[in-house]
Design a protein around this ligand. Structure first.
Ligand code: SIN
Length: 486
């Protein structure tokens, strides 16, 4: 059992972390957590009730008052210590992640580094939470604008990045002076709980960083319905995000939402095709296609279509499907059976409507949660995959003739998280970057995620940004102080 590989067994926690203590649900209720690659039960987590969630909010409120009064440098030092501990325990956190999420160990290690990088970034940003001064409206008047922590912040995070989707919220929240409550996905709680143990060891004071587990509906309702929680952040589907946003309207919480995408990846005829294939491989097959910024629709200009398709099929030949713990594996089990069925449905729908199968074992031959990477062409905008993200290893190619047509197709969904394109024409590059309706543009680049840039979408893909100084601002309120003349 991979759990026996952990160097520090104390990182495997099966209780919530609240107010600096480990606790079970009062009624003893638990939820069991499976390994998506084998179906084996890894362990279980408490299922907290609505009342217990309210108590956690009260604890976070008390902790907030103390945390906000620390200097930014004190907060920064503690975050830096947490960052270092995450790197020291990278192998163990990665092991827990592969166990519960399925992703290959190479990707889990990379995610731990990516997750930790948000803590470091925000440790560095904490002392730079600058305000401004503005010339007064009258002689002798002074206008000063300060940034203050929003208050208790809460988040619900997804299973596809069990560490990074937490740290890019928590790092910003803690740096700004907010206390923080996170409810990780029921599918991947152990990574979050290991990070809580390390936050504890780093000396983050009790109640400042809390991890609670249980049913999303129950906990989400309490977090969004509380007048004490002043900031709520969610990463997940657009449907759930919109429900949570409606709930958070009651007390006018500040809300950030990182929701679904349907990223277009456009290859123009003047692109460097080798680089475009590299970019497509990274952004289509990272996490076995289970990211919100994965290329869901690959648009290729007619004159380079044949060449691009054959290069992509060749590159896909190097992908290796298997258990995330096996050496050399680059594609692994999808999170659950519903995810497998979605890939099968999108593939079959496309084939029924005239798509051509080019490469890969067909999704109907999936074994357990393992689906082979598959490549199809002749995709058209009436197919299901053009309207919802596949979240799996299905590469779907749409052929287009003109730039205007590509942009129209690319923008033709309610979503607008990431969009990518490849071209060597500088004028086209700016024209297309301006025209694409997305919060993130990969211009000749397939890997756009890092802590220094603002990550987030437009349209139905969300509100607000994470990462960069903009991510910190999401956890603050501006206060304008007008000092009258003598
Ligand atoms: C996501 O899939 O929601 C996030 C992906 C990333 O941070 O790159």
């Amino acid at each position: 059992m991979p759990l026996s590989r952990l160097n520090s067994q104390r990182l495997f926690r099966q209780q919530c972390y609240v107010g600096g203590k480990w606790l079970d649900a009062r009624d003893g209720k638990t939820i069991s957590v499976d390994n998506p690659a084998t179906g084996e039960v890894i362990g279980s987590i408490p299922s907290l009730s609505a009342e217990e969630t309210d108590s956690v909010i009260d604890i976070a409120q008390t902790a907030f008052e103390q945390w906000r009064s620390k200097t930014a440098l004190e907060r920064s030092d503690l975050l830096m210590r947490w960052y270092q501990l995450m790197l020291e325990h990278k192998e163990d956190i990665a092991t827990l992640m592969t166990l519960e999420q399925g992703k290959p160990m190479t990707e889990s290690r990379a995610e731990v580094g990516y997750a930790a990088s948000f803590i470091r970034w925000y440790a560095e940003e904490a002392p730079r939470m600058y305000g401004e001064t503005i010339p007064g409206a009258k002689p002798g008047q002074h206008i000063v604008v300060t940034r203050q922590p929003a208050g208790v912040a809460a988040a619900i995070t997804p299973w596809n990045f069990p560490a990074a989707m937490i740290t890019r919220k928590a790092g910003a929240a803690l740096a700004a002076g907010c206390s923080f409550i996170v409810k990780p996905s029921e599918s991947t709680p152990f990574t979050a709980l290991a990070m809580a143990e390390l936050a504890h060891e780093a000396g983050i004071p009790p109640g400042v960083f809390n991890v609670i587990t249980g049913a999303s509906k129950i906990i989400g309702k309490q977090l969004t319905g509380s007048p004490i929680v002043r900031k709520f952040s969610f990463t997940g589907s657009t449907g759930v995000g919109s429900e949570l946003m409606a709930q958070s309207a009651e007390h006018i919480q500040k809300v950030s939402l990182e929701l679904g995408g349907n990223a277009p990846f456009i290859v123009f005829d003047d692109a460097d095709l080798e680089r475009a294939v590299e970019g497509a491989m990274v952004c289509k097959f990272r996490n076995t296609g289970q990211t919100c910024v994965c290329a869901n629709r690959i648009l290729v200009q007619a004159s380079v279509h044949e060449k691009f398709v054959s290069l992509l099929a060749k590159a896909m030949g190097d992908l290796k499907l298997g258990d995330g713990f096996e050496e050399g594996v680059s594609q692994s089990a999808l999170i659950n059976h519903a995810a497998v069925e979605k890939v099968q449905r999108h593939y079959q729908d496309a084939m029924d409507k005239g798509a051509t199968h080019v490469y890969g074992i067909t999704p109907d031959k999936a074994q357990g949660n393992f689906v082979n990477p598959v490549l199809i062409t002749d995709v058209t905008t009436d197919m299901q995959l053009c309207h919802e993200e596949t979240f799996g290893p299905l590469a779907a190619i749409i052929k287009f003739d003109t730039e205007a047509e590509a942009i129209k197709i690319a923008n033709g969904t309610p979503f607008g998280l990431a969009a990518y394109f490849y071209s060597r024409d500088i004028h086209r590059c700016w024209r297309v970057a301006d025209a694409l309706e997305a919060g993130i543009i990969g211009m000749n680049e397939g890997a756009i995620s890092n802590p220094m840039a603002p990550f987030g979408g437009v349209k139905a893909s969300g509100l607000g940004r994470e990462g960069s100084r903009h991510g910190l601002e999401e956890y603050t309120e501006l206060k304008y102080i007008c000092m009258g003349a003598e």
